[in-house]
Design a protein around this ligand. Structure first.
Ligand SMILES: [Zn+2]
Length: 43
């Protein structure tokens, strides 16, 4: 489904509301929207 060729790296999402991070998009447990950050960095 994904057009990207680099699928080995883990994707990361961050909540706009509380800053929580998740490995899958959608809605945060706080109710905020998870924003796609792209591949995980050294953070
Ligand atoms: Zn949240």
């Amino acid at each position: 489904m994904r057009p990207e060729t680099e699928t080995d790296a883990q994707e990361l999402y961050e909540c706009f509301e509380c800053g929580a991070r998740a490995e899958s998009g959608g809605t945060c447990e706080c109710g905020g929207e998870l924003r796609h950050l792209g591949r995980s960095r050294d953070l």
